[in-house]
Each structure stands twice: as C-alpha cells, then as structure tokens.
Design a binder for this molecule. Structure first.
Ligand code: FAD
Length: 412
C-alpha cells in the first residue's frame, strides 16, 4: 500500500478526462498531472450506433488507454473507491491512496443492468442486444442480419438521464432502413418503447423525428418502461409509467430486442460527498466547479449539468474546465462560459443524418449555416468520418479551437 500525491488529479481517462489532461498540459506544461483509470481500453462510443448497424468496425472504436495518455501525464491504472474531499484525498481499489491540490472528476456513467430483471443473463443471446456495451454491440448487427420477413423488432429507451439520448431511436431507424433495403420492412413490425413522454426533448427536432418514425411505420409507445426480459421465451415486460393506464404491465414478444439500459453514476461517486441528491457530481452549470468544494471540477456524463450527455458536450465543457481551473489556481474570477451545448447526430437512415445541436433549455444552435432540421448526407459523413478523426487527432490531443455554434439562430 502506498500513497501518491499530484498537483492535479483527473479521475477517468474517457473522453472528458483525456481531453482535460491534454488541454491542461498544453496550457501549463509544468503542472504535475495524473490520470486515474482502471480500463485497459478506451472506446469511441459515439460510433457504437454505426457498429450495431454494420456500418463501422468495432476495432476502429478501440485504442489502448496507455497510447492516449498525453506526454508528461502520469497514468495510475486503478479505480477510485472512495472520495475524501475534506482531506483532498481518495482511495484506490489497489489499496493505495492519492492526495491532490486540484481534482477533476470525469468517471462517466455506468450501465445499471440489474434494474431490469433478467437483462444481464439475457444479453448476447436469443436476439437480446445493446449498442451501449462494446461486449454486445456487434451482436446487434448479427441480430439484425438474422431478422426474417414477418419478424418483430423491439427497441427500448430508459428513463433520463442516460448518455446520448438519441441513441435508442437511432438504432431503430438504422434497423428499419436496413429491413427496407432488403424488402422486409413491410412484413416486419418495428416498435419503439420509451420511458419518456416524447420522442426527443427538443421540440424542433422532435417534429422531424416523428416524421422519420412514421416513414418507417415504427410504432412509438411512450411512458413504457422495460422492467424484465426473458431471453429464452423471447418476451419483454413493460410497466406503463404515465397516463390512464399508469401502473399496468404489458408483455411483448420479440425476435430482436435492442435494450438501452438505465444508467447512473459509478458507486464511488454516488456514495460520496461530491454527489447531489440524485448521485451526480454537483457543479455550477456554467462554471463547472463544484458547488461546495472550490478545488474540485467535473464534466462529462457524471456531472450534474442538465445538458444532453454527449461527447459533443464534453468538447465544449473541457476548455471551460481547463480555463477555470487555471483561473482558480491564480486566484482569478471563473468564467460562466458553458452554455449547455450538446449535439446529437441523429442517424435517420444509412447515409443520412440530422445534426441536432442545442444548448440549455432546448435552444437550437447549429454550427453550419444550413437548415438543421434536414436529413443530410453531409451530416452522415461528419458523423462517420469527420468526427472520429477530429476526436482522436484533435480533441484528445488537447486542441481547443472549434467552430462556434450559432446562439442567434431562430426557429421557423
Ligand atoms: P466516458 O467516456 O464513458 O469515460 C469515463 C471513464 O471513467 C471510463 O474510462 C471509465 O473506465 C472511467 N471510470 C469509471 N469509474 C471510475 C472510477 N471509479 N475510477 C476511475 N475511473 C473510472 N456522444 C456524442 O457526442 N455523439 C453521439 O453520437 C453519441 N452516441 C453515443 C452512442 C452510444 C451507444 C453511446 C454508449 C454513447 C454515445 N455518445 C455520443 C455519448 C458519449 O460517448 C459520452 O457522452 C462520452 O463518452 C462521455 O465522456 P466521459 O469522459 O464523461 O465518459
């Protein structure tokens, strides 16, 4: 058992942790920075939707974590088990402890498979798949290929918050499009069951997505929460969570069941003083500094900001965390610079995508001077080719110059 000490400790070498460490290193090369991360592999998760539809190889989403650690930054290959913010220290699962002057928490969000009875055992067989896990995303593609004429494909969406709120319906659209291309869609049933009351939280894009679902004849069932799965019997049970039939349970048969599991922060965060009542690291939503501990910042999926949890949000949060951390170190005022920006490239067909970009309160803020409600081939190229290149070679390297999003855009 030993104890480490670092000036800046970043927890989690996912999208947010690596981006922050790399940007900090560029702006302040002498800082002593360490990254704490237990996983040997890092995944570019936004491409999982494409992997599940046979449009992208899983290997291309994966890198060795070590290969991404910025030069001069120390990797501590362990998981945090307990945060002790009053003592500026934390415990690791290898028995070591670690103290810090400044802490950045970027542990992401966990999949709560246990919240759906039978799901853990069912995943990966009998047509039960999920794009949310690298272990099961390739099985989604196999399930899709196995669908015969007359099949029933069911897609679920969990309670918010969960990462990439568009991902469950993206899986449904790409699957329906592939069935259409094979001439099977007319005889198949494609069903979408969502815990929430609407198809998408931003009405401007929800209008377009309603049309996309109708085009494929996808039946949309809102306020339906998946509560159990029986893989061998190929049956899924939903509880109705709103409206006149609230509390009723319905059972649905399937040939393919794509599950987007419920999600929550890792236990070490939930059970710590850093968490708010719901378990998220409690930060100021514009400055990204902890509301009670002035030497702690957080960003990405694990923080409490009410934006859509996406890598696109991390792209705009990371420079704010880095600048504010350096301001705090120098005793300067912090900038309230994060406006809730998130983006969700909604793949509505193979080769087509709506680029949904918005800030707090669902304000539409496109980056390109094009009608953002339109399905475009250009957006598909950005999603499949442009953004992965940008991620690996620019964002994770700590470069910070991005095209600004248009906050003056007015909806028709
Ligand atoms: P992560 O990238 O998940 O990284 C968190 C890291 O913390 C992990 O490496 C983890 O091992 C580590 N960690 C966890 N617990 C501990 C601990 N106790 N101690 C130390 N380390 C720990 N985003 C988009 O912008 N566009 C999209 O189209 C899009 N599509 C998506 C589709 C799917 C199917 C999925 C799953 C995600 C998608 N996302 C998309 C979301 C995006 O991937 C996440 O929002 C982003 O990865 C969040 O970054 P993060 O660093 O907060 O979390």
């Amino acid at each position: 058992m030993s104890s480490h000490k670092h000036q800046v400790l970043v927890i989690g070498a996912g999208c947010a942790g690596i981006t922050v460490a790399a940007s900090l290193r560029r702006r302040a090369p002498r800082l002593d920075i360490a990254l704490v991360e237990p996983a040997a592999h890092h995944y570019y998760q936004p491409a999982f939707t494409l992997v599940g539809a046979g449009q992208y190889p899983l290997e291309a989403t994966r890198r060795d974590t070590r290969s991404l650690i910025p030069g001069g930054v120390t990797l501590i290959p362990a998981a945090v088990t307990a945060f002790r913010p009053q003592a500026n220290s934390l415990d690791l699962d290898n028995g070591d402890s670690c103290s810090y002057e400044w802490l950045v928490v970027a542990t992401g969000i966990g999949l709560d498979l246990e919240r759906i009875e039978g799901l853990r055992e069912a995943l990966g067989a009998n047509g039960v798949c999920s794009n949310y896990s690298p272990a099961h995303v390739e099985y989604t593609w196999r399930c899709l290929q196995d669908l015969q004429a007359g099949a029933r494909a069911v897609f679920t969406q969990p309670p918010l918050p969960f990462k990439c709120p568009g991902a469950p319906q993206k899986a449904a659209y790409l699957s329906a499009d592939l069935l259409h291309r094979e001439g099977k869609l007319a005889s198949c049933t494609v069903e979408f069951y969502a815990h929430g009351p609407v198809i998408f939280g931003v009405p401007y894009f929800a209008r377009e997505l309603g049309k996309v679902a109708a085009r494929y004849n996808i039946s949309t069932n809102f306020q339906h929460n998946l509560v159990s799965v029986d893989g061998p019997a190929k049956r899924a049970t939903f509880e109705i969570v709103g409206g006149e039939r609230q509390g009723e349970r319905i059972e649905v048969g399937f040939d393919m069941l794509h599950v987007s599991p419920p999600q929550s922060p890792p236990a070490a965060v939930k059970n710590s003083e850093l968490a708010n009542a719901a378990g998220w690291v409690e930060v100021d939503q514009n400055k990204l500094r902890h509301t009670r501990f002035a030497n702690i910042f957080s960003l990405g999926d694990v923080c409490s900001t009410p934006n859509s949890k996406t890598a696109a949000a991390v792209r705009k949060q990371a420079p704010v965390v880095v600048r504010n951390l350096l301001h705090a170190m120098a005793g300067r005022e912090l900038e309230p610079a994060y406006d809730g920006y998130a983006s969700c490239p909604l793949t509505t067909a193979i080769g087509k995508c709506i680029m949904a970009e918005f800030t707090y309160g669902g304000k539409v803020t496109p980056t390109l001077p094009l009608n953002p409600a339109r399905e475009r081939r250009l957006n598909w190229w950005i999603k499949k080719t442009g953004l992965p290149l940008f991620y690996w070679h620019y964002m994770l390297k700590g470069y910070e110059r991005f095209l600004p999003h248009n906050t003056a855009f007015t909806e028709d």
